[in-house]
Design a protein around this ligand. Structure first.
Ligand SMILES: C[S@@+](CC[C@H](N)C(=O)[O-])C[C@H]1O[C@@H](n2cnc3c(N)ncnc32)[C@H](O)[C@@H]1O
Length: 344
C-alpha cells in the first residue's frame, strides 16, 4: 500500500464523494474501473466497515444469531458489508452479491474469495428468500420505484440488517422502510426497544432522526494516508454517524411450543439513546426513544456522574434502564447482555 494518494486518486475520491453528497450517484453507474473500486474499498468502504463493526458488535452483545446461513448483500459495491458480517458470523456459507454494476459484483466476489475462500459467492439474480439481507448505504441512490421493488424483495427475507449514513434524510427513509417491513410481519431486533411506530415519523419530531456514533480504530489517527484523506477531502475522521435497523421474521417462541413455560420479562433497557447528549454547564440534555415516543431528559452531573460519562461515550449498546422524574434522569444502568433464556 502506498503511503500517499496521488492527485489522480484524490480526484477520483472527490468525484465519488460529490455524487454521494449531491444525490446524483443514483442516476447512473459511477464505477468507471476496477481501480475506482479498489480506491473506494480502501477509504469510504473502510469507514462504512467501522459502522458495520459497531452494529455487529451490538448484535453480538444482544446474543443475536442469524437464522440463515445464507446472505444477500444487495447494492454490494465492493462487498464491505458482507465481509464485515462474515467476520462476525463465520457460520455463513454463501453470499449472494448484487449490484447494478457488473464491475462491482466481480470486485466484491474477488475480495470475498480472498478473505473467505470457503464461502460461496453467488452472482445470480438476487433472491432474498429465507436469507439474511444486508443493505448498506444504498438509500440515497434509489428512486422511489427502485425502493419499492427492493422492499418487495425483502418481504421473503429471514432478516434484514440495514446500515445507512446517519443523515437526517437517509435515517428518516430508513424509519419509513422499517414501518413498511413491520407491516409485513417483521419484528425489530435493534436499535428499537419496541415494535411501536417509529416516533421519528411523528410530525412533531420532524427535526429529529435516529442515529448513533461509531468509533474509528485508533490506528486511523496515526496513519499518513488517513491524515491526507481527512485533509484533502475535508472529512472529520472522528465523526462516524450511522443509522441502522435490524429486523427479523419472528421464530416460533418456546412458549408457543410449551404454553406452560414462563414468558421472559420484557427488556428493562427500554430507553435508547439517540445521537449524542447535548452538553451544558452542570447538565446534559439527553434524547431517548422508548415505547411511548421520544423524550428529551435533563441529566444533571450531580445526580448521576457515572451515567453522564457513559452516555457521552457509550462503551457498549447505548440502551439504558432509567429512573426518571419530572423530565429528569435520576439514575440509570447501561445495557448488559441478557442471560441465557429460562425455558425450563
Ligand atoms: C454508496 S455504494 C455502497 C456500496 C456498499 N453497499 C457499501 O456499503 O460500501 C451504493 C451501491 O449501490 C449500487 N446501486 C445503486 N443503485 C442500485 C440499484 N438500483 N440496484 C442495485 N444496485 C444499485 C451502486 O452501484 C453502488 O455500488
Amino acid at each position: 500500500m502506498k503511503s500517499r494518494f496521488s492527485t489522480a486518486e484524490l480526484n477520483t475520491l472527490r468525484r465519488l464523494r460529490a455524487g454521494f453528497l449531491d444525490g446524483s450517484a443514483g442516476l447512473s453507474d459511477y464505477w468507471r474501473s476496477e481501480s475506482d473500486l479498489a480506491l473506494y474499498d480502501a477509504t469510504f468502504a473502510q469507514r462504512i466497515g467501522w459502522k458495520w463493526d459497531a452494529v455487529l458488535r451490538e448484535l453480538q452483545l444482544r446474543q443475536w444469531q442469524p437464522a440463515s446461513e445464507h446472505v444477500l448483500d444487495w447494492g454490494c459495491g465492493t462487498g464491505i458489508a458482507s465481509r464485515a458480517f462474515l467476520a462476525a458470523f463465520p457460520n455463513t456459507r454463501s453470499v449472494q452479491l448484487h449490484d447494478r454494476s457488473q464491475e462491482a459484483r466481480r470486485f466484491a466476489s474477488a475480495r470475498l474469495h480472498e478473505t473467505f475462500p470457503s464461502v460461496t459467492a453467488d452472482l445470480s439474480r438476487p433472491d432474498a428468500t429465507d436469507k439474511t439481507v444486508l443493505l448498506s448505504h444504498v438509500l440515497n441512490e434509489l428512486p422511489a420505484h427502485a425502493l419499492q421493488q427492493l422492499i418487495a424483495l425483502l418481504r421473503n427475507a429471514a432478516a434484514v440488517v440495514w446500515v445507512e449514513s446517519g443523515t437526517h434524510t437517509t435515517s428518516r427513509l430508513l424509519s419509513e422502510a422499517r414501518a413498511t417491513l413491520l407491516g409485513t410481519g417483521f419484528e425489530p431486533v435493534a436499535p428499537c426497544p419496541h415494535s411501536s411506530p417509529c416516533p421519528m415519523l411523528d410530525p412533531k419530531n420532524a427535526r429529529h432522526w435516529c442515529h448513533h456514533f461509531a468509533q474509528p480504530p485508533p490506528a486511523a489517527f496515526q496513519d499518513a494516508r488517513w491524515e491526507q484523506f481527512r485533509r484533502e477531502l475535508g472529512i472529520d475522521l472522528r465523526s462516524l454517524p450511522y443509522s441502522f435497523v435490524v429486523l427479523q421474521r419472528p421464530t416460533p417462541s418456546p412458549q408457543a411450543q410449551h404454553p406452560e413455560a414462563e414468558r421472559p420479562e420484557a427488556t428493562p433497557f427500554r430507553h435508547r439513546l439517540i445521537g449524542k447528549p447535548r452538553e451544558f454547564k452542570g447538565h446534559d440534555k439527553v434524547l431517548t426513544c422508548q415505547e411511548e415516543g421520544l423524550t428529551e431528559w435533563m441529566l444533571q452531573k450531580r445526580d448521576a456522574p457515572e451515567l453522564l460519562s457513559e452516555m457521552r461515550a457509550p462503551s457498549g449498546v447505548p440502551s439504558y434502564q432509567l429512573s426518571t422524574q419530572n423530565g429528569k434522569i435520576l439514575s440509570g444502568t447501561a445495557f448488559s447482555p441478557p442471560e441465557a433464556p429460562r425455558w425450563d
